[in-house]
Design a protein around this ligand. Structure first.
Ligand code: URA
Length: 234
C-alpha cells in the first residue's frame, strides 16, 4: 500500500495531508525518515508519524469464485495463461486464492486478502472438507468405492478416509461426489486413477459448508458474514 494511503487508512489524516507530512520529514519507516511519496509499505514495515507508530488495517475481502476451465490459480503466469486474478480484477484489493485448483478443474475457489485465514484453511492440521463432483470413465464397482473411502496409495501417500457416493452411472461413465480433507497435488485425479478410473471432468462444489450453488462460471460473490465466521472457526 502506498505510504500516503497507509497513513490515511490508519486514520491519521487525509491522503493530501499525508503527502505534506511525508515531504516535511514527519514520517519514518523502520526508524529512518522517508520522504518518498511513492514508497510502498511492505508487510512488517514499522511506520511512524511524528514519532508515534501507526497501523493501517486493510479492509478484509472474502469472495467465492466459480473458476472456469483453463484458468490457473495464481496471480500471474509466465506462460501468459488466464489467471484467477482476472476474475476479481474489479476489486481494488489484491486477493489471493486459498489453496489451488488444477488448470482443468472448475468450481469453487475462495479468494481473500486475509493471510491469516488462508494459512488456517490450508494448514494440513485442520484442513476443511472439500467436496468435488468427478465424472470418471467407465463404471466404478463397490469394491473400488470402498477403497476410495478407506484410503488409496497415490504414489507414496495413503489418502485418509473420504466420503464417496455415486450420483449417476451408465456404461461409459460415472458421476461421483467425493469429499476429502487433504489437498495433495491433483489428489482427486490420482485417487480415481489409483482404482482404475480416469477423471474426465472435475468440479469443486463445496468447501466445508460453503457451497458453489448457482454461482455462474467466471463470476464471483462476496461471502456472507456467517460464511466468513464459519471459515474463521477452523
Ligand atoms: N484434486 C484434483 O485432482 N484437482 C484439483 O484441482 C483439486 C483436487
Amino acid at each position: 500500500m502506498r505510504l500516503n494511503k497507509y497513513i490515511a487508512t490508519a486514520g491519521v489524516c487525509s491522503r493530501r495531508k499525508a503527502d505534506e507530512l511525508i515531504s516535511n520529514g514527519n514520517v519514518k519507516i523502520n526508524g529512518a525518515v522517508m520522504r518518498e511519496m511513492g514508497y510502498n509499505v511492505e508487510e512488517g514495515d514499522r511506520v511512524e508519524v511524528n514519532g508515534k507508530p501507526i497501523f493501517a488495517e486493510e479492509k478484509k475481502i472474502y469472495v467465492a469464485v466459480n473458476k472456469p476451465l483453463g484458468y490457473i490459480t495464481s496471480m500471474d503466469d509466465d506462460k501468459d495463461r488466464a489467471t484467477v486474478a482476472e476474475l476479481v480484477s474489479d476489486i481494488p484489493e489484491r486477493l489471493f486464492p486459498v489453496g489451488r485448483l488444477d488448470y482443468n478443474t472448475t468450481g469453487l475457489l475462495i479468494m481473500t486478502n486475509d493471510g491469516q485465514l488462508t494459512y488456517a484453511l490450508t494448514h494440513p492440521k485442520h484442513e476443511v472438507y472439500k467436496t468435488y463432483v468427478a465424472t470418471v470413465a467407465g463404471v466404478i464397482s463397490d469394491v473400488r468405492l470402498a477403497k476410495l473411502r478407506r484410503g488409496v496409495d497415490i504414489g507414496g501417500f495413503i489418502t485418509s478416509p473420504a466420503k464417496v457416493r455415486v450420483i449417476k452411472q451408465n456404461r461409459r461413465s460415472t458421476v461421483v461426489e467425493i469429499s476429502i480433507r487433504e489437498g495433495k497435488n491433483r489428489q482427486v485425479r490420482k485417487m480415481f486413477k489409483a482404482v482404475g478410473n480416469n477423471v474426465q471432468a472435475l468440479e469443486r462444489v463445496a468447501i466445508g459448508d460453503i457451497k458453489l450453488g448457482r454461482l455462474m462460471e467466471g463470476h464471483y460473490r462476496k461471502l456472507t458474514r456467517e460464511e466468513v465466521e464459519y471459515l474463521k472457526s477452523f
